[in-house]
Design a binder for this molecule. Structure first.
Ligand SMILES: Nc1ncnc2c1ncn2[C@@H]1O[C@H](COP(=O)(O)OP(=O)(O)O)[C@@H](O)[C@H]1O
Ligand SMILES: [Mg+2]
Length: 226
């Protein structure tokens, strides 16, 4: 489903953000990407979404080399990938419900279906009662859940989340992870970048560890949950 072949990323002359990355994420997998700050986690996710392009190597999503997609076809890729980045970028002047409807409109969801779908995903993250609120009326954790709902609204086959629990207390972080597990159980491939060892330890999922731009470990961790 997502394959990286000898992928390198160099932002500037001095350093290599990613070096010779060879990875394969199968349909329906749940994978953590971890490693210290600056290891290349965000860069890796951004390249799968084609927010960045590899300096060398190839990335295939659904068998297609995404670097070769013309800009006019990029929406086809983006429609299939939901993303949750750390700054959730909600539209401040729109209600929670409208934020999600707007995202659905962009990917071509018919107007009639937008509200229905938006309501369904808000319910999934437990925020249906806040649908008429504005982002700034919500706590950081609630805004994060709205961003996740928005990423899932069009049921993308792939979900990318970059430090999705970075701003959340441990209990909320666990709730978000449960939500990702649910989504994954329904068939969505989930890639989560996090440096939160505690979450990784309790989830028992495949974990790719990066260090200074290289894969140094790729294992299925045994669940050590209490
Ligand atoms: N837009 C950019 N321009 C230049 N260097 C960057 C840029 N983004 C990231 N880097 C560098 O690439 C390396 C990997 O960064 P990043 O992917 O953000 O790592 P992580 O998410 O694991 O903290 C770091 O050395 C970082 O400074
Ligand atoms: Mg990062």
């Amino acid at each position: 489903m997502v394959q990286l072949f000898h992928v390198y990323k160099q932002y500037d002359r001095e350093s290599m953000a990613l070096s010779d990355i060879n990875l394969r994420f199968d349909k329906g997998e749940f994978v953590f990407v971890t490693g210290p700050s600056g290891a290349g986690k965000t860069t890796l996710l951004k390249m799968v979404f084609r927010e960045e392009i590899p300096s060398r190597g190839q990335i295939l999503v659904g068998g297609r080399n995404i670097a070769l997609m013309p800009l006019s076809k990029l929406y086809l890729l983006r429609r299939n990938i939901g993303v949750v980045f750390q700054d959730f970028k909600l539209l401040k002047r729109r209600t929670i419900l409208d934020n999600i409807c707007f995202a659905l409109q962009i990917v071509g969801c018919p107007a009639r279906a937008q509200k229905q779908r938006a309501f369904a995903v808000l319910k999934m993250v437990g925020l249906q009662h806040k649908m008429q609120s504005y982002p700034l009326q919500l706590s950081g954790g609630e805004q994060q859940r709205v961003a996740i709902a928005r990423a899932l609204a069009n049921e993308p086959p792939v979900l990318l989340a970059d430090e999705p629990t970075g701003n959340l207390d441990p209990e909320l972080a666990r709730e978000i992870m449960k939500l990702f597990e649910d989504i994954n159980a329904h068939g969505t491939t989930v890639l989560v970048a996090t440096h939160n060892r505690e979450i990784i330890r309790t989830m028992g999922k495949r974990t790719v560890t990066l260090d200074r731009g290289r894969v140094v470990d790729d294992t299925l961790k045994a669940t050590e949950a209490l």
